[in-house]
Design a protein. Structure first.
Length: 563
């Protein structure tokens, strides 16, 4: 773009608006049938194209829009008459009036209002009388007022200083306001003409009567627009109609919401919702396609619209050509249905993930139990290998005590495998009996047992305490393997509530590991890293809490107690 073009493009829009009105004034106010008038009309059209609020200056127009502009220019210049000028002034008035609601800058709004006043005055004072009577019936006063008085309005528009606002989009022209203003001006002109012809009165009186009737109509509409005396108001009725386009939209929305609650499968929900959509009177058929399936309902027609959102593609077949309002509703329906469909797919995926996670946790828990059983069997084998003939009696007593417990624990593990999702109440065992069995199970290891007060009537869930104790003791022994000074102390008391503590003299658990020790699997060099995680979950299911009570160098303590 050259500097000259940049300078022209940087001019404020009110300069083009005022220049456009000046060219129009020169074409209408003096010798309307002359060649000079057509020349000024041609200049007016060019200035209008520069000012117009529909398209931005840098936008490339399509061939259809280009031919439309050429057709309007040829009609205004080649077939000039007062009726055509009246229609053109009404169109300009509606465009400027429809542009006013989108203007926030005060001076820009004032310039637009001055332009609207000029166009309305030129139409009612100069153009419309030319339609009703001879050109010289207005009198010299009207001629001077129009030719020189109204001339000041375009000049004031040009002199109004308005800052040029740089934005990505121009001021929006409200189509509803523009059409309403055009219809009001048309009703004013045609109403004045009808009253003048029927009542055989002069034009000013006919214009005043028409203005009075329109004012009464607008007052009545403004009163009916808002709610009064239990009446919801025309405004709410119109808004409701425009939002639903007169269709059973709310009923379909309720149907979609109900199906979202009851249909568990995404594809079935989509099919049923689209089938309900056929109740809309303007819809004759619909075709849908996803990544996994496709289908079609109803009958195809020559009017269709294909809309896609995320993984859902819908093709709507309508009974008539789609209006912008219907197309907007179709986009809304597509997005709404796609959101529900995605939610159902996520729900299905979460169910599958939950099922997979349950299988994983069940397998991890069983693996942990089998590992504890294997450790118990390993301890028995080590005791059998280390014992001599003189210790045969003690070895037999140890085996007689341990094998029934191992068999019972293996039976419990097999029951979990048969019913992984069932959490039965754990079998309880006398606290003293369980403590003696644990002492005998680790009698030959480097474990120091400390006994607290134990009530003779106290009972503990044997499966839980066996699993937690074996896991904590084995972790501590693996931690101190190769260290001759390493010591593990196990303390148990059950006076009022059971309490099991396992303490070692090794290094502390790293902070990063301690933060998620009981919430998720952690890295492990000697196992699967899920022992404490599974033990904590098992303890929570039985009403207990496994915690890292002390985590200091030379003193690391885990504690199992009722929560």
């Amino acid at each position: 773009m050259t500097p000259w073009h940049q300078r022209i493009a940087s001019l404020p829009p009110q300069i083009w608006l005022g220049s456009m009105l000046l060219a129009l004034h020169a074409a209408l106010a003096w010798d309307f049938d002359s060649a000079w008038s057509r020349a000024f009309l041609l200049a007016h059209i060019g200035l209008f194209l520069i000012w117009q609020p529909m398209w931005r200056g840098e936008r490339t127009l399509s061939a259809r829009h280009g031919w439309l502009i050429v057709l309007i220019g040829v009609a205004l210049v080649g077939f000039t008459n007062w009726w055509l000028m009246a229609i053109w002034l009404a169109v300009l008035f509606s465009l400027i009036g429809g542009n006013v609601p989108g203007i926030r800058e005060r001076r820009h709004r004032v310039a637009s209002l001055l332009a609207a006043v000029y166009l309305l005055a030129m139409l009612l004072v100069w153009v419309v009388p030319k339609l009703f009577s001879a050109p010289d019936d207005g009198g010299p006063a009207i001629d001077v007022l129009v030719r020189y008085g109204l001339l000041f309005l375009p000049v004031l528009i040009i002199l109004t200083r308005v800052e040029r606002l740089v934005s990505d989009t121009p001021h929006a022209v409200d189509l509803f306001y523009s059409v309403m203003l055009f219809l009001l001006v048309s009703a004013l002109v045609l109403g004045s003409f009808m009253i003048k012809e029927l009542a055989r009165t002069d034009y000013p009186m006919a214009l005043a009567q028409t203005l009075f009737c329109i004012a009464l109509l607008l007052i009545a509409l403004s009163w009916l627009w808002n709610p009064h005396g239990g009446f919801s108001g025309i405004g709410q009725l119109l808004s409701r109609y425009l939002l639903s386009v007169g269709l059973p939209f709310e009923r379909w929305m309720q149907s979609v919401a109900n199906r979202a609650e009851h249909d568990g499968q995404p594809e079935r929900f989509l099919v049923n919702s689209l089938h309900d959509m056929l109740e809309l009177p303007w819809l004759s058929g619909v075709r849908w396609q996803t990544k996994t399936d496709s289908g079609e309902f109803g009958e195809p027609s020559k009017f269709d619209a294909e809309l896609s959102y995320r993984e859902l593609t819908l093709t709507f077949y309508t009974r008539w050509s789609l209006s912008p309002a219907l197309l907007l509703h179709l986009k809304l329906l597509t997005r709404l249905l796609a959101h529900f469909y995605d939610a159902k797919r996520r729900e299905q995926s979460q169910r599958q993930n939950a099922y997979t996670q349950a299988i994983h946790e069940t397998g991890a828990r069983l693996t942990h139990d089998v590992k504890n059983l294997l450790q118990s069997l390993t301890s028995l084998c080590a005791a059998a290998e280390a014992s001599g003939p003189e210790q045969a009696t003690e070895l037999q007593a140890l085996i007689n005590r341990q094998l029934p417990q191992i068999a019972q624990r293996l039976h419990v593990t097999l029951d979990k495998l048969r019913a992984p999702g069932r959490h039965d109440a754990p079998a309880s065992i006398a606290a003293g009996q369980w403590w003696e069995a644990l002492n005998s199970r680790y009698a030959r290891s480097d474990v120091v047992f400390a006994t607290g007060p134990i009530s003779p009537q106290a009972r503990v869930p044997g499966e839980l305490f066996d699993s937690v104790a074996d896991n904590l003791i084995q972790n501590a022994l693996n931690k101190g393997r190769g260290d001759t000074d390493f010591r593990v102390e196990v303390y148990f008391s059950c006076a009022d509530t059971p309490c099991l503590r396992v303490t070692d003299v090794g290094g502390p658990v790293p902070v990063a590991v301690a933060q998620q020790l009981f919430d998720a699997p952690v890295p492990s060099q000697t196992g699967l890293g899920i022992g404490l995680y599974q033990s904590a979950k098992q303890a929570a299911q039985h009403g207990y809490r496994l915690a890292l009570a002390i985590n200091e160098p030379g003193r690391v303590r885990f504690e199992l107690a009722q929560s």
